[in-house]
Ligand binder design. Structure first.
Ligand SMILES: Cc1ncc(COP(=O)(O)O)c(C=O)c1O
Length: 412
């Protein structure tokens, strides 16, 4: 039975990601394929590496893409850095810290968690206490954890890792491009991301960067695939437990040697390259400033409606806000009405926050004035129908004021 060609409904994705992709990224992704070792392809790969060095703010030669969604690069990092029995410390303040625990455990590491309640960050002193006692090989943390909207300061953790000789992995999937991140200055050894948040692309490609120390660790476990191995490729160390996520082999593929590994996801590479190109063209600081502005407008707007927000205000991510569902309101039916009546998606929540908060994102292509104001006006209408006594025009007015102040500031 023939189906019609795909024609998704018009949506404004204002959840915690994915967000509506930048049309320029989608256009780049509609370009025709070239062969894996076509000079055009290898040139695009080199350009993609260079562009992502700028986005991560690093001089790391080994900056490339892992094919798959953001968690593909998380798995690649942890399975390549950690051997069974290695000690790993994970500060946990939400679902994505828990994901790091789970992946490290599956790799066979001995995992030590340092927990904080959802809605807070983990105080660095508590992390240092555990790192000093455990002496881990790796400290792994989620920078911005979208499940709680908190952003863990990374610079103190970089200093802690340097003092105790641990490698430092940061999951910057949800924060990169919308919140300050200084890979080299903060001493991060491995960072990985996705495209579908502040970078304005679709899910499916995971940029990653490795410092010299991380590369040495991974290279110490280099086992070239049997079918490609030459006499010079003497296997070293304990073999990485995944063939697909073996960063030593992926580095050989992206590096000068160009040794075949997977078939690069050409279309995703076009998209990832365009995401990075757009952020670099805008300027990294300007992109972060744009997320700060629209995040502040959304925050002011939900406050202006008379709604409460969740979590430690001092450590909130720029690009997503958790809004408490008013008493007596069915959060899911509000989300359904936002989608049905306005074509706007806002986010639900996980674990202890499920049914307690909505998560509203302002990121990537949707970190825009019209997207923020439209969402606030729609939310007011839907909440009014649900019987909530919201402040008439309060969301639009408060957000508008933030924009007016920013505009006045930019003129002064
Ligand atoms: C902080 C963080 N890490 C990892 C992920 C997983 O990303 P993906 O679903 O692209 O694998 C997400 C997705 O929301 C995230 O917010």
């Amino acid at each position: 039975m023939p189906y019609d060609q795909i024609a998704p409904p018009a949506r404004l994705l204002m959840g915690p990601g994915p967000i509506s992709a930048d049309p320029r990224v989608l256009r780049a992704m509609s370009a025709q394929l070239v062969g894996q070792f076509d000079p055009a392809m290898t040139a695009y790969m080199g350009e993609t590496m260079e562009l992502f060095r700028a986005v991560f703010r690093t001089g790391n030669e080994q900056t490339f893409l892992v094919d798959g969604t953001a968690r593909a690069a998380i798995e690649a990092a942890l399975v390549s850095l950690c051997e069974p029995g290695d000690r790993v410390v994970v500060p946990v303040f939400g679902r994505f810290g828990q994901l790091l625990v789970e992946i490290a455990e599956r790799v066979g590491a001995e995992v030590h968690q340092v927990q904080a309640p959802w809605g807070e960050i983990v105080p660095p002193e508590r992390i240092e206490e555990v790192v000093a006692r455990v002496q881990p090989v790796v400290v792994a943390v989620a920078h911005g954890d979208t499940s709680t909207t908190m952003c863990q300061p990374l610079q103190p953790l970089g200093e802690i890792c340097a003092r105790h000789g641990a490698l430092f992995y940061a999951d910057v999937t949800a924060s990169l491009g919308g919140n300050p991140f200084e890979m080299d200055d903060w001493g991060v050894d491995v960072a990985s991301a996705g495209l579908q948040k502040c970078l304005g692309g679709p899910p499916g490609s995971a940029p990653i960067s490795l410092s010299g120390s991380a590369v040495r660790r991974v290279e110490g476990r280099r086992h070239v695939e049997l079918g490609l191995r030459t006499d010079q490729d003497v296997p070293r160390g304990r073999r990485i437990a995944s063939a697909y996520f073996d960063l030593a082999m992926i580095m050989d593929y992206w590096g000068k040697r160009g040794l075949n590994h997977h078939t690069e996801a050409t279309t995703m590479l076009y998209g990832a390259r365009e995401c990075a190109r757009l952020v670099v063209a805008e300027g990294i600081d300007a992109a972060i400033g744009r997320h700060r502005l629209h995040g502040a407008a959304m925050l002011a707007g939900v406050g202006g409606l008379g709604l409460e927000t969740f979590g430690d205000a001092e450590h909130r991510m720029n690009n997503v806000v958790a809004v408490r569902i008013p008493d007596g309101v069915d959060g899911e039916s509000v989300r359904r009405a936002m989608l049905a009546d306005f074509g706007i998606e806002i986010g639900t929540s996980f674990g202890p926050l499920h049914g307690v908060v909505w998560r509203i994102g302002t990121m990537g292509y949707n970190a825009r004035t019209d997207a923020v104001l439209t969402t606030l006006v729609a939310l007011e209408a839907v909440l009014r129908v649900a019987g909530v006594a919201v402040v008439a025009g309060g969301g639009f007015g408060a957000a508008r004021e933030v924009y007016d102040d920013a505009f006045a500031g930019s003129l002064s």
